[in-house]
Design a protein around this ligand. Structure first.
Ligand SMILES: NC(=O)c1ccc[n+]([C@@H]2O[C@H](COP(=O)([O-])OP(=O)(O)OC[C@H]3O[C@@H](n4cnc5c(N)ncnc54)[C@H](O)[C@@H]3O)[C@@H](O)[C@H]2O)c1
Ligand SMILES: [Fe+2]
Length: 384
């Protein structure tokens, strides 16, 4: 075994109904005035009220920034930061999907840093500490509550990442009750995002390790086993708890064994065409898997044997193809779009997408097979 290191959130609370004691949890981390970072969808779903109720019962003063939008642009981070500074908060809570949690991470760091947002894009460039940070996911998808990553849209369409250990929270609070009303389409897209995290962590070229493998495997079992039911009948607490746990385990896996070409090729699609992150990943997943299969069939087959033990005697290549077909069937069953054309991409856009994908070297270096510009173009063409 080669050496490895592993980081995650300091503390994880996994408990339906935990939101009711959010104030007590915040107080344990020395928070008395907190900024809650969220979006309008969470407010209209009636979830913010629950978070504020929980904070009030713990005697915490709460200020709310609820203007986060999907794939948050820099402006959103700066506005939330201005509110945090104006109110002199001593802690930050990310309350929502990956978009809200990513903004919360950056606000908690930038509130007490001399560095600007522009200075910290990249890996390990953020220096110093942050305000106490609590993450409460309301989607079972990004795993952002346990990743040291924040993704921001810069300019019109480019997505950039800040990767720094400070972005891991003090505590991640997983309350599956918050996900019971997650609409079927968001359940499907975010669930697929989580599955892609597990699959790409399993094939991550440089940092894959025994812990990330174990987490990715358990995540795949939970996610694959519960996604169909969660989409068709969202109100089942057991299915939802399994999805939330699965997405968190997949987050821990890819936080330590980073994702590769599916994400590298999906990010430009999200950036240019405002396609939900999980959907862009889902559309590209089968095509990247087929591209990777010559070198990654063993890993894919190992996941497939876990999900379909009856087929364990099949060859790696055949099992890997079976897994791709099963994933395609799953996407059709949960009513996801499956081609780039369906989300507005045309052939003329592919060269720009391929050029942008090549800028995601931070991700491409983790892919099990090297990806050239021509490879990216051909994968996009197959996904069209
Ligand atoms: N930091 C990371 O490690 C990481 C990993 C993957 C993706 N991302 C980023 O995360 C973002 C995507 O996050 P996401 O997929 O969770 O989506 P999101 O945060 O953009 O939310 C999607 C929609 O779902 C709604 N919603 C969320 N929870 C709800 C609930 N319980 N009930 C009803 N509606 C609800 C929101 O209002 C929003 O309209 C992208 O910006 C992506 O780049 C970050
Ligand atoms: Fe993702």
């Amino acid at each position: 075994m080669t050496g490895f290191s592993f980081q995650t959130a300091r503390s994880i609370i996994c408990e339906p109904g935990a939101i009711k004691r959010l104030g007590t949890i915040a107080a344990e981390y020395g928070i008395s005035r907190v900024l809650v970072v969220t979006d309008k969808g969470i407010v209209s779903a009636g979830l913010l009220e629950q978070a504020l109720g929980g904070l009030e019962s713990g005697g915490i003063s709460a200020f709310v920034y609820s203007d986060v939008v999907a794939d948050p642009p820099e402006q959103v981070v700066l506005e939330a930061l201005a509110l945090a500074m104006a109110q002199g908060v001593d802690g930050v809570i990310g309350f929502g999907g990956g978009s809200s949690m990513d903004v919360a991470k950056l606000v908690s760091f930038l509130s007490i840093s001399r560095q600007s947002l522009a200075e910290i894009y990249g890996v390990g460039l953020a220096k110093g500490s942050r305000l106490p940070l609590i993450q409460v996911p309301t989607t079972a998808g990004t795993g952002s509550e346990v990743t040291p990553v924040a993704i921001v849209t810069t300019g019109a369409s480019e997505k950039k990442g800040v990767v720094a250990p400070q972005l891991l929270p003090d505590v991640a609070v997983l309350d599956a009750d918050l996900t019971l009303k997650l609409p079927p389409l968001v359940t499907a897209t975010t669930g697929l995002d989580a599955m892609v995290h597990a699959i790409e962590a399993s094939t991550s070229k440089i940092k894959k390790n025994p812990l990330s493998d174990m987490l990715a495997r358990e995540a795949m079992k939970l996610l694959f086993g519960n996604i169909r039911n969660s989409v068709s009948d969202g109100n089942n607490q057991v299915d939802r708890s399994n999805m939330l746990l699965g997405s968190m385990l997949a987050g821990q896996a890819f936080a330590n064994a980073p994702v590769g070409a599916v994400h590298a090729l999906a990010l430009p699609v999200g950036g240019h065409f405002h396609v939900a992150h999980g959907l862009a990943n889902a559309i590209l997943l089968p095509h990247v898997m087929r591209f990777n299969a010559p070198v990654a069939a063993g890993e894919y087959a190992s996941l497939a044997r876990l999900l379909w033990p009856n087929y364990e005697n099949e060859s790696d290549l055949s099992l890997s193809e079976r897994m791709i077909a099963e994933l395609e069937e799953l996407m059709r069953d949960i009513k996801l779009q499956t081609t780039l054309r369906q989300v507005g991409v045309e052939e003329k856009h592919l060269p720009v997408l391929a050029e942008d994908a090549m800028k995601q070297q931070r991700l491409l270096v983790n892919n099990p097979r090297d990806v050239s510009y021509q490879d990216a173009l051909s994968i996009y063409t197959q996904a069209l």
